[in-house]
Design a protein around this ligand. Structure first.
Ligand SMILES: *[C@@H]1O[C@H](CO)[C@@H](O)[C@H](O)[C@H]1NC(C)=O
Ligand SMILES: *[C@@H]1O[C@H](CO)[C@@H](O)[C@H](O)[C@H]1NC(C)=O
Ligand SMILES: [Zn+2]
Length: 502
């Protein structure tokens, strides 16, 4: 099988290179473009070699080391030298590909936050499960503030849930119904000096306030177990003198999405795919999402040998880890006309987790834009055709497809797993270690080249190549775009990016 595949590839490359003799004038170079063979899955997949992926991953790690100057360890977080280096690497690699792509930088201001120190004291206790929310503002003057803990009615989504003594107090709010950001703003409007959101289910609560608001107050998450004794005391009418302290900053910093679109192919019917160029501050992010970014780059460099019928648009998003900022911005800037040119969006985030499962987003037409399910089935058919197992995972807003499906664009993608725990059944299906995270180095300093599973990465990169080639050739049988409106979903998703938002 693989021998046959490489023969096919060689002949495709040969066909492409026959015409690459020195050409003297413009009409001949036009002929050069025209005489490239039409792309096919076999041909594009045939270019994918683990050693090329490895070389790119090593290069990316070197780039991440530039981030150590400011962060004391390799990172490619937005604003770091490691992220700037990543953008330069992606851009310069594409810029070398002659005139095949239209390249553009889309700059925008990203919200970034950092919590330096925090402390929450309720009565005489410091609950262990306390987590400051991401993008929380500091307490007043970055100093401890003091006030009674105030039990908020219902879920604190409505102004009437806040009793009058919220003013000057620390609002104590149950999780659910609306986002953490909405709760924090509602508490702020009611005059609270800080807020604590306690979990409505078991487990600790670590999330983000999302888009900053001038009404946000310093906000913590707390486990249900730690919270319930206080709820009881407050219901019994006891006063719980408390204090909150957060030293943090929330600021805006410029960053860039990189977009590359084939000059060839129907410019009104594009297949779009994306990965994110940034990592978290805690580590170099070679799996998350070095793998997705580099898979796209590798495929983009080989696609230039072929002709396409439909345009192919690659995107490298910035600020995914801060809450899908780049992809949100991109989609927000599309006119209706431009939106409708995107026939589908494919998200590629974390393709080589060391303890991998072949995961396919369970994107369904019943709840997502029509076409999402056809894309899902393209992936599952490929795994089946190659006698590989796969598993469905929730299509719940944790990566850059979110803005697309919220604006009527069919979406989907594949992944290999983050901080989820591999089950016994999955270990039987994919090998690896049950009871362990798919990626034990997820969002940590050890997400290096050594963290990658090259079997999974090579296989998935070929699948990405298949997805690109399939739609670059034809959208036959793929639903037409009908509009940009989407039905509001009954169940709002708990994520917008890697962190919980509600
Ligand atoms: C686009 O951004 C990249 C990465 O920061 C940079 O290297 C390149 O010069 C920029 N190109 C243009 C035309 O601004
Ligand atoms: C697929 O999963 C089954 C168990 O469900 C296992 O027996 C089989 O070996 C797996 N296939 C591959 C290619 O890993
Ligand atoms: Zn990611």
């Amino acid at each position: 099988m693989s021998r046959l595949l490489s023969l096919v590839t060689l002949s495709a490359i040969a066909a492409a290179s026959v015409v690459q003799h020195p050409l003297t004038d413009g009409s001949n170079s036009q002929a050069l473009i025209k005489s490239k063979p039409l792309v096919s899955s076999e041909a594009l997949e045939g270019h994918i070699k683990p050693k090329n992926l490895l070389r790119r991953a090593e290069k990316l790690f070197e780039i991440a080391e530039l981030g150590a100057a400011d962060y004391n360890h390799p990172t490619r977080v937005i604003g770091s030298a490691g992220h700037v280096g990543t953008l330069d690497y992606i851009y310069s690699t594409l810029a070398e590909l002659d005139d095949y792509y239209t390249l553009s930088n889309q700059s925008f201001k990203a919200v970034v936050g950092n919590v330096f120190e925090s402390r929450l004291v309720l009565g005489d206790k410091e609950p262990e499960s306390t987590y400051p929310m991401s993008l929380t503002p500091p307490t007043k003057h970055k100093e401890p503030v003091f006030g009674p803990l105030v039990l908020v009615a219902n879920r604190g989504c409505d102004p009437s849930d806040y009793p009058s003594d919220t003013k000057g107090g620390i609002a104590f709010i149950e999780r659910g119904v609306c986002s953490f950001g909405d709760k924090s703003a509602a508490a702020g409007k009611a005059g609270a000096i800080a807020a604590v959101v306690y979990n409505s289910e078991n487990g600790f609560l670590s999330g983000t306030l999302g888009e900053p608001s001038k009404y946000h107050v310093a906000t913590f998450g707390l486990s249900r177990q730690d919270a319930l004794p206080f709820v009881k005391e407050l219901e019994a009418g006891k006063t719980i003198k408390s204090s909150a302290y957060i030293d943090s900053i929330v600021s805006k910093a410029p960053t860039t999405n990189i977009i590359a679109q084939t000059k060839g192919g129907d410019q009104d019917n594009c297949v779009m795919l994306g990965g994110h160029s940034d990592s978290v501050a805690e580590g170099p992010g070679i799996n998350d999402d070095g793998t997705g970014s580099l898979t796209l780059l590798e495929i983009a460099t080989h696609l230039v040998n072929y002709e396409v019928n439909n345009c192919v648009r690659f995107a490298w998003w910035a600020g995914e880890e801060e809450g899908l900022l780049g992809s949100d911005y991109y989609v927000s800037q599309l006119s209706e006309e431009e939106n409708l040119k995107i026939r589908l969006f494919m998200d590629y985030d974390m393709l080589a987790s060391p303890n991998f499962a072949y995961q396919v987003y369970d994107a369904r037409n019943a709840v997502n834009p029509t076409g999402s399910e056809e894309l899902r089935d393209l992936y599952t058919k490929y795994y089946e055709a190659h006698s590989q197992n796969y598993t469905y995972i929730p299509f719940d807003g944790r990566s850059d497809y979110d803005a697309f499906i919220k604006h009527g664009i069919p979406g989907g993608g594949i992944a290999t797993g983050a901080e989820g725990v591999k089950t016994k059944e999955e270990a039987a299906k994919f090998g690896g270690t049950p009871g362990q995270w798919y990626d034990p180095c997820y969002h940590q300093i050890c997400d290096t080249v050594d963290n990658l599973n090259f079997e999974a990465w090579e296989f998935n990169t070929k699948l990405v190549a298949h997805s690109v080639a399939t739609y670059a050739v034809s959208f036959e049988g793929f639903p037409k775009r009908t509009g940009i409106k989407v039905a509001t979903r009954e169940e709002p998703s708990l994520y917008h990016g890697p962190k919980l938002v509600m």
